[in-house]
Design a protein around this ligand. Structure first.
Ligand SMILES: [Zn+2]
Length: 443
């Protein structure tokens, strides 16, 4: 049942736009500060403090800190009666990458103490943008508190990129926290900036992102002098063979079902004249269809163990930090699309291809319902349906690339998306139960 008249809600939409425009320079200021001061997963201390200070300044009903590490949850109870609870989610962590974006607020931060480090640190996945957008949405919606039915949870999540392997954290730990369940969300919304054209909202029905897990393969031999390999057992050749063999595993799952196995880091304990006793391979497994994950793991473990044995070594294979795919159901997607189209314009909402990226926002969306979308932030364009960099502009740089950049203009768009989705869910306009689906969804 609609709890507000159309005229009431239209005035709320206008107020969201007006308030967002009024804080435009604040959004940019927060984003640039966060960008220049990035923090790695489970170490987001200053980021969390900045967020908490801001939320406290808005006189929210509650600001819960220390949630699953450095997570922060702000609670805004609207002034009108309502049972709905919308959780707006942003991830806040950065990556161990040396930035090469060329912006004047680029990071020069080095984390000296991080496990496995020291590491350069940079927001090359755009989580600085996500954080600033949600801080903005909290400000905008808190100004409209008396007009809102129901509750808004502002969920600032740490460690989306995965905590150090010996630590817990991220979305799964947050979902398990009472801080997220009081009151329990009836919808979760979030977005991720990507190299689509600036201002374009991309969505996918079904699995927005892939299932993922971290793989660690430890190959053990026997240490010896580099001049006398026959007096030991060299773990390097089987490690190299295992890396190559990862490229064959895709042939063990149906060809129409995308998977990928990538080894991104090789850690050994030898030196130029020492054959070390072990080599550890660190990588990631992605499957668009999570049902392929067990098959891929089995093949990968068998391949690694037997290749190691062929060289007289052993291999131990561990799968860690598994994340399910984000499931944008047809009903939730159809229910949310009118809002997305109203906010950015019909022609700027595009259905996009599957990707093998992952995002642990799936833990929220799959548990409570909701939608996760992509927001374009780069100088790219579609030519005959194919995405390409606009000639002569800043180019296209993928997330996690040292040259990743995001145009500041999308900050206000992100704040408006968050705030409008919140208004529309709380007022009953986004509700999967209202979507009629007599046949295949018409979108
Ligand atoms: Zn990301």
């Amino acid at each position: 049942m609609m709890s507000r008249t159309v005229a009431d809600v239209e005035s709320l939409w206008e107020a969201v736009d007006r308030h967002t425009a009024a804080i435009g320079s604040k959004l940019v200021g927060w984003r640039h500060h966060l960008h220049a001061h990035p923090e790695l997963p489970n170490r987001e201390r200053d980021t969390a403090a900045l967020i908490a200070r801001h939320l406290c300044s808005l006189n929210l009903d509650e600001v819960r800190t220390g949630v699953a590490g450095y997570g922060v949850v702000g609670v805004l109870r609207g002034g009108l009666p309502g049972d709905r609870v919308v959780a707006l989610r942003a991830d806040v962590d950065a990556l161990p990458v040396r930035e090469d974006s060329g912006v004047d607020f680029a990071s020069t931060v080095i984390d000296e103490d991080y496990p496995g480090g020291p590491f350069p640190v940079a927001h090359v996945c755009g989580h600085d943008c996500h954080t600033a957008m949600l801080m903005g949405a909290a400000e905008v919606l808190s100004d409209l508190r008396s007009e809102l039915p129901g509750t808004v949870l502002f969920v600032f999540q740490p460690a989306e990129e995965g905590p150090p392997v010996d630590e817990d954290g991220g979305a799964r730990a947050m979902v398990a926290s009472p801080a997220l369940l009081d009151p329990a969300p009836t919808m979760v919304f979030g977005l991720h900036v990507v190299p689509l054209p600036t201002g374009i909202v991309g969505y996918r029905v079904g699995h927005q992102y892939a299932a993922s897990c971290l793989v660690r393969i430890t190959v053990r031999g026997q240490q010896t002098h580099g001049s006398t390999p026959w007096l030991g057992v060299d773990p390097m050749p089987p490690a190299a063979d295992i890396v190559s063999a990862c490229g064959q595993i895709y042939r063990q799952v149906p060809a129409a079902s995308p998977i990928t196995v990538s080894i991104g880091h090789v850690e050994d304990v030898g030196r130029f004249n020492v054959i070390g006793d072990s080599v550890t391979l660190w990588g990631t497994v992605r499957c668009l269809d999570p049902r392929d994950m067990d098959t891929v793991r089995d093949h990968l473990a068998r391949t690694a163990e037997h290749m190691a044995r062929a060289h007289g070594c052993t291999a131990k294979v561990d799968f860690l930090q598994d994340v399910p795919p984000v499931d944008n159901t047809p009903a939730w997607t159809a229910a949310t699309l009118p809002t997305l189209r109203r906010v950015v314009g019909e022609e700027r909402v595009k259905r996009t291809d599957a990707t093998l990226g992952y995002d642990d926002v799936s833990e929220f969306v799959n548990a409570f319902g909701g939608v996760y979308v992509m927001l374009g932030c780069q100088d790219t364009e579609y030519v005959d349906g194919v995405l390409r960099a606009i000639p002569g502009q800043r180019g296209a740089a993928a997330n996690h690339n040292p040259g990743f950049y995001a145009d500041d203009s999308i900050l206000a768009t992100g704040t408006r998306l968050h705030a409008n989705v919140a208004v529309d869910h709380l007022t009953g306009r986004i509700d999967p139960a209202l979507v009629e689906q007599p046949g295949p969804p018409a979108f």
